[in-house]
Design a protein around this ligand. Structure first.
Ligand SMILES: Cc1ncc(COP(=O)(O)O)c(C=O)c1O
Length: 438
């Protein structure tokens, strides 16, 4: 039965006016002139005037397999027709299958899952598990990290534009991060002795009781602007955290599910096995789901308490996640992220040779960033210029993301289904945008 879609009948001006009137004014707009999209297919989005855009942001790293993928959509609709919701009080077939699948994909002894609706809730739960398991409260995190919008993870977040008020849910100590382009220790790659990883030890010794519950970190800092630590960073940092009794939580909300190329999870690029791992964003291709997984020992930490998330891992989101993982596996999207991401990186480096505004190119796989600076020597952040590049890219039919503490980092995370042709198209649009802004 064909059903009329009653949701797409407003004009662009009407959508924007309603948004302005009825949503919190603190919700930012990506563009000066807000742009509502009304449909999407694969790596293309369409606005309410019928104009198409190549999507190189993927709904903030969520649309891993492309917009409205046939297979994922059909399987999700079939589940909607069969059973939509019961709550986590009752075993859910799709959720149990998903948990089994995730236990097989994640590294080492990670096995027991808990599902939520968002990355914030997943990180909150991981921290709660680590605190209950160790009997301690102090968390060590990294400067420039983003962990979410709820009070606990706001306390962890170390990025002032995204920290609201003065969150203070539990003690958090922030170590310096591996921001090689702006090394907090003034080192260069050739003179580096992983001073940033070693900073964890001094932070633990001087700002905590000397015993911690956990060290939480993103393998690549997402909101921070795709800050990518050197190869040995996590081996060193995690060993220090464990020396002081802390568990290691890998926050894979942005880096998980093939995004970094060739591996399922970002932390695998660093050869470290976490005690807990969280995910969300790209795992159900845009449907809301969040998740924490841990090993058998930590999994018992909350025993004796009732442990509910009403919608977490509901039949629909879990089915969408299973279908997303099937699509990723059958189309080898982690492999594609490595191949196409490698080519994308080369093309971005060529772009950096041409445009002085680009100070740094970084990332892994199909998670690539450009940090823009007014001057390559002083590295003064080029925030206004970035907004102009983002607006010009829009005019050229390309959607890209923004990030970084100073708002001067272009973040690009296209659906992992893209090919070299879309990379060339995006580079053409970016090249033109940088030339316009010069
Ligand atoms: C690394 C990381 N962790 C956690 C979160 C919070 O996820 P959510 O917005 O789904 O609550 C985000 C969101 O951007 C994130 O990037």
């Amino acid at each position: 039965m064909a059903v009329e879609n009653k949701e797409t009948t407003l004009s662009r001006a009407q959508i924007v006016a309603k948004h302005r009137e009825f949503l919190l004014p603190s919700i930012g707009s990506h563009y000066q002139d807000p742009l509502p999209f009304v449909s999407g297919k694969g790596f293309r989005l369409t606005d309410s005037e019928g104009r198409e855009y190549l999507d190189f942001f993927g709904g903030i790293v969520t649309v891993s397999v492309g917009h409205c993928d046939e297979e994922i959509t059909e399987r999700t609709i079939a589940q909607m027709r069969k059973l939509q919701h019961t709550s986590t009080l009752f075993p859910i077939e799709a959720q149990a299958k998903l948990a089994e699948r995730l236990a097989s994909l994640t590294p080492g002894r990670l096995k027991k899952s808990f599902f939520t609706n968002s990355g914030s809730e997943a990180d909150e739960k991981a921290i709660q598990l680590a605190q209950a398991h160790t009997g301690r409260r102090t968390i060590v995190a990294l400067r420039h990290c983003y962990s979410g919008g709820t009070p606990g993870v706001q306390t962890v977040t170390a990025h002032s534009p995204w920290r609201i008020g003065e969150p203070n849910a539990f003690p958090v100590a922030h170590a310096k991060n591996a921001y090689c382009y702006r090394c907090p220790f003034g080192k260069t790659p050739s003179s580096c002795s992983l001073e940033c990883a070693k900073d964890l030890e001094e932070v633990i010794q001087t700002t905590t009781s000397g015993e911690i519950a956990a060290f939480i970190a993103e393998p690549i800092q997402g909101v921070g602007g795709f800050i990518t630590p050197p190869a040995d960073y996590f081996k060193e940092a995690v060993a220090i955290a464990r020396k002081y009794g802390g568990l290691f939580i890998a926050d894979e909300v942005q880096t998980g599910f093939g995004r970094t190329g060739g591996k399922w999870f970002g932390i695998e690029q660093y050869g470290v096995e976490p005690d807990l791992m969280t995910g969300a964003k790209g795992m159900a291709n845009g449907l809301p789901i969040g998740w924490v997984i841990t090993n058998d020992e930590v999994a018992t930490a909350l025993n004796g308490k009732v442990h509910l998330n009403t919608f977490g891992g509901n039949p629909i989101s879990s089915t969408a996640a299973l279908a997303t993982l099937d699509a990723m596996e059958s189309r080898d999207l982690p492999g594609n992220a490595k191949r196409v991401g490698g080519y994308f990186r080369l093309r971005l480096e060529e772009l950096a040779e041409k445009h002085a505004l680009i100070g740094d190119v970084r990332g892994m796989g199909l998670m690539q960033a450009l940090e823009l600076v007014k001057d390559r020597k002083t590295k003064e952040p080029a925030k206004q210029e970035l907004q102009r590049v983002v607006e010009a890219a829009r005019e050229n039919g390309l959607v890209i993301g923004k990030g970084g503490l100073h708002g001067n980092v272009i973040r690009m995370t296209p659906p992992m289904t893209i090919s070299l042709a879309e990379v060339d198209e995006a580079i053409g649009a970016l090249d033109a945008a940088f030339t316009q802004v010069k």
